[in-house]
Design a protein around this ligand. Structure first.
Ligand SMILES: [Zn+2]
Length: 148
């Protein structure tokens, strides 16, 4: 559910989209909606004790969601309006919550564990990270195709 919304986008409408794109089995998490500014990301799944989803909304559309060369993403996405943007980003972050819930979230994302203690090489770590991003992006694109 929408726990806070400091933008002028409609809270109930964002909430409706959030429920639409939440994978079965994913937890219902508090979602905080803020204006996009500077170099902030578009969305984030916050793991651990304060599990939540953060969503940073641009003021203008259409908008190209550019992932740069971050491994795992399928490609840049053009969002024609704010609704498409919310579908795409919330589906992606909810998918991470689902990955976490279903035990697919790797232990190295746990901030309490030192990387050195994990006994894994950085390449392996990056590959797993990219796999989770790819899975989340694939799911988000499917939701965009279905509901966008
Ligand atoms: Zn992601």
């Amino acid at each position: 559910m929408i726990a806070s919304n400091s933008t002028t986008y409609d809270t109930a409408a964002i909430d409706g989209i959030a429920m639409l794109v939440k994978p079965r089995g994913a937890p219902e998490l508090p979602i905080h909606v803020k204006w996009l500014s500077g170099r902030s990301p578009y969305g984030r799944y916050v793991y651990g004790k304060h599990r939540s989803i953060l969503l940073w909304m641009p003021r203008h559309f259409p908008r190209v969601v550019d992932h740069g060369d971050t491994p795992g993403y399928i490609g840049d996405v053009v969002c024609q309006d704010w609704r498409q943007f919310v579908i795409y980003i919330l589906a992606h972050e909810h998918r991470h919550a689902w990955q976490d819930q279903s035990g697919r979230w790797p232990e190295q994302f746990d901030p309490t564990i030192e990387i050195e203690a994990l006994n894994r090489n950085p390449e392996e770590w990056e590959a797993q990270d990219a796999e989770l991003e790819h899975d989340a992006d694939k799911f988000a694109l499917a939701m965009l195709a279905r509901y966008g």
